[in-house]
Design a protein around this ligand. Structure first.
Ligand code: TXA
Ligand code: MG
Length: 350
């Protein structure tokens, strides 16, 4: 059994030697987990079909769920796509490097193993300097899903990667806690107007400032089983904590009163119950395992802590978690998309 070599570095203090070692591992077909500004990625050479197969195996991920190819220079985009639509070019200019992934028709050098059999390819140019240098060292094209076991919350710290994949991959680059904490926004640029397939830090308003009209995949919001999300990964019950998660939506006082009542009832019946609340409402809760994930006033904080809080609960002997909802102005739709999926659509309105 391999045990991943863990190396620490920061964006301001890159370890060149470790980066070239990571590059060598990637060029030889091995796997390296690395930090990005969104979540940690599990990287392999995106143009090497066997590396992509290894990624699916390490994650325990269905191989029809395509990978994102990460690049670190604008000029590396044309070789892997059939064409670059004008709107995609403008989005790339405005948002890259950064937390935006775009879907293009793929060129022949991109193996079907990387795209889950699709004739399209997802491409992202991350802003994290460690990621950029590693991608260049590895040959320029790094296929990387989030570096978690399939079905677990995405990793926002290197220790999460070690927990899930420490004995399955060659190297882990520990670059500390990520900045954003939610996966990139995915925009399908094979259609006009382009369509958001996964909400993220770059929201619809920001995209529409660049190209005036951007749609939202109806499969993302529909409760109808027949309307499937276009991004294959969005159909799985992702980001799932071990405990059952129930979201409670409504005015703050009512939500807190409902959750407190439920916690008392369940605990009296011998269950251990978790509560996810905000800084603003923390004082309204007295019982249960209470986790404050951040202040609504500072929505970035909530995004940053979301996955770590869900993972933390997995370590505890808890069977049920109640959470407030977080429809904050800018990234609320991305936060709620992840929470609703983690809760398997279980929402109580009070
Ligand atoms: O922020 C991120 O995007 C992170 C970091 C590591 O870059 N990566 C990430 O990858 O979240 P992953 O594999 O966990 O999620 C990729 C999503 C999946 O839902 C997948 O189905 C979708 O992108 N996807 C990939 N290629 C696609 C394609 N050609 N068409 C539609 N959806 C695609
Ligand atoms: Mg993922």
């Amino acid at each position: 059994m391999i045990r991943a070599k863990v190396v620490k570095m920061s964006e301001d203090d890159l370890d060149r030697e470790a980066l070239s070692e990571a590059g060598e591992i990637l060029r030889k077909g091995g796997l390296v987990a690395f930090p990005t500004e969104t979540v940690y990625g599990l990287g392999g050479n995106g143009l090497d079909p066997s590396a992509s197969e290894k990624i699916y195996e390490a994650k325990g991920r269905p191989s029809d769920n395509p990978l994102i190819i990460h690049i670190a220079r604008m000029e590396d985009l044309p070789p892997i796509v059939k064409e670059i639509p004008e709107k995609a070019r403008r989005l790339a200019e405005a948002c890259w490097p950064g937390p935006l992934t775009m879907i293009f028709y793929k060129s022949d050098i991109v193996p079907l193993e990387t795209t889950g059999g699709l004739d399209t390819v997802a491409v992202r140019f991350p802003s994290n300097k460690i990621a950029q240098e590693m991608i260049l060292a590895g040959g320029g094209y790094v296929a990387a899903p989030s570096a978690n076991t399939s079905g677990r919350p995405s990793p926002t710290e290197a220790k999460h990667v070690e927990e899930d994949l420490g004995d399955k991959i060659d190297m882990i680059i520990d670059g500390g806690s990520v900045d954003i904490g939610l996966e990139s926004t995915i925009v399908d640029c094979t259609v006009d107007p382009p369509v958001i397939l996964r909400p993220g830090y770059v929201n619809q308003d920001m995209l529409q400032q660049v190209i005036s009209r951007v749609g939202i995949d109806p499969g993302l919001i529909s409760e109808d089983e027949n309307i499937r999300p276009k991004a294959p990964g969005m159909k799985y019950r992702h980001y799932a904590p071990k405990a059952k998660l129930i979201l409670v939506d409504g005015a703050d006082e009512k939500v807190a009163a409902y959750i407190c009542g439920q916690v008392q009832k369940k605990q009296a019946a011998g269950e251990q119950v978790g509560v996810i609340c905000s800084g603003e409402t923390r004082a309204m809760y007295k019982e249960g395992q209470i986790r404050c994930i951040g202040r609504r006033q500072n929505e970035e904080e909530i995004a940053q802590h979301l996955y770590a809080v869900l993972r933390d609960f997995d370590e505890e002997d808890i069977s049920l978690i109640y959470s407030e909802t977080f429809n904050t102005p800018r990234i609320g739709s991305a936060i709620m998309n992840r929470l609703i999926k983690a809760a398997g659509h279980e929402i109580v309105e009070v």
